[in-house]
Design a protein around this ligand. Structure first.
Ligand code: DAV
Length: 370
């Protein structure tokens, strides 16, 4: 074979050889809009704030992301970085206008790599509608170098007010009501049109496991089923999370046969068959080391579980997350501590800020008993 393969990744744990690591440059706190308001926790220090984040916090986050990128490079993993556009500008489509964009730290939210394909997700926040532009120079380059690479983009959503449930616009809903609603799968996004974020999807070879929640609706999952017609696409949801966005602080595969699951957001019994029928173990993750997220951060303390598996024996865990490190160590993994907490506010943890380009390994069926 002399054809160059640049893009290939079928799961979350095969040996990682090439990855995108996000940047904090110019990141903005988005102005109010329906889906963002529903996600920012009611007691958050971010309520009522918007605009560019302070330069010293950006610089600190970039130092951490740069260090993470060099650590990966030292281990022989090729690292690419997005090319940040100016996020602090007004954007609009014929249907809506927004004060600013968000940023380009959480590459995982936007780019889904399945085999030789990189797919740009629809996204469900207006401020994130153009975020794919930060990654276009990279994806164009992979497309040019790899004759088999498929560069895809999901249908751009209209994101009119019809996409959002008005009940979620209320300032004070309260955690009790939120938990009732999310248990009933009454999420902020409606079924007006397909919506999904790439970070709601986990790749297990032939099977894709997708979280139905605030950022991904059932139509989005239906679109993924039709698009990945050679795969089996499974819908899951995790009652217990009042703000369910993204699967990667909830359900984390470590290697073939083993998943850690957030003990406050357990996969319901009725949705476990796929794993049980194929002898996969789902165990509770360790507790986070912190009682609250860092300042001006959207994500919960469960970014403790947002780890990057480098190969089935090696995993990057945030340096302060001692309980999660300890658990993975006891499970036989070599744990590489990576300092990233001061970058969490820019869009998440070690899994969020990366997107796979190449992992060794081929398409496999891990769940032959469906
Ligand atoms: O628990 O706040 C964060 C996931 C970010 N990709 C949480 C989910």
């Amino acid at each position: 074979m002399n054809e160059k393969i640049v893009v290939n990744s079928w799961n979350e744990w095969d040996p990682l050889k090439h990855v995108i690591v996000g940047k904090a440059d110019g990141c903005c706190i988005p102005a109010p809009e329906p889906a963002v308001d529903a996600k920012v926790p009611e007691d958050s220090d971010m309520k009522g704030m918007h605009g560019p984040r302070l330069k010293d916090t950006v610089d600190k986050a970039n130092d951490l992301l740069n260090n993470f990128a060099s650590l990966l490079e030292k281990r022989g993993i090729k690292v690419d970085r997005p090319v940040p556009i100016n996020h602090n500008q007004k954007i609009s489509t014929p249907d809506w206008a927004a004060e600013s964009m968000f940023g380009c730290m959480p590459a995982r939210d936007i780019i889904l790599t399945v085999g030789n394909e990189m797919l740009e997700a629809t996204m469900s926040y207006r401020c994130r509608w153009f975020e794919y532009l930060n990654y276009r120079p990279l994806l164009q380059n992979y497309f040019n170098k790899d004759k088999n690479m498929k560069h895809e983009t999901a249908p751009k959503p209209r994101l009119t007010d019809l996409d959002y449930r008005k009940d979620y616009l209320s300032e004070k809903i309260g955690e009790k009501k939120r938990l009732e609603w999310t248990e009933k799968k009454y999420f902020v996004t409606t079924e007006e049109e397909p919506l999904f974020d790439a970070a709601d999807i986990l790749r297990f070879g032939k099977d894709l496991v997708v979280q139905h929640g605030f950022t991904t609706n059932l139509k989005g999952i239906d679109w993924l089923k039709r698009h990945f017609s050679n795969h089996r696409v499974h819908t899951v949801n995790f009652p217990g999370d009042p703000y369910p966005i993204h699967i990667d602080a909830t359900f984390t595969p470590i290697r073939e046969g083993l998943i850690i699951n957030n003990p406050q957001r357990r996969l319901p019994k009725s949705q476990r068959k796929l794993f049980e029928n194929n002898d996969w173990q789902i165990i509770d993750s360790a507790q986070p080391a912190h009682n609250s997220p860092p300042p001006l951060c959207y994500s919960s303390v469960w970014l403790s579980m947002n780890i990057l598996v480098l190969d089935p024996k090696t995993v990057c865990v945030e340096k302060s997350e001692i309980y999660q490190s300890d658990q993975l160590d006891k499970l036989g993994m070599e744990v590489i501590p990576v300092e990233l907490r001061d970058a969490y506010a820019f869009g998440g943890g070690l899994h969020c800020c990366t997107a796979d380009v190449y992992r060794e390994g081929e398409l496999k069926d891990y769940f032959p008993n469906q």
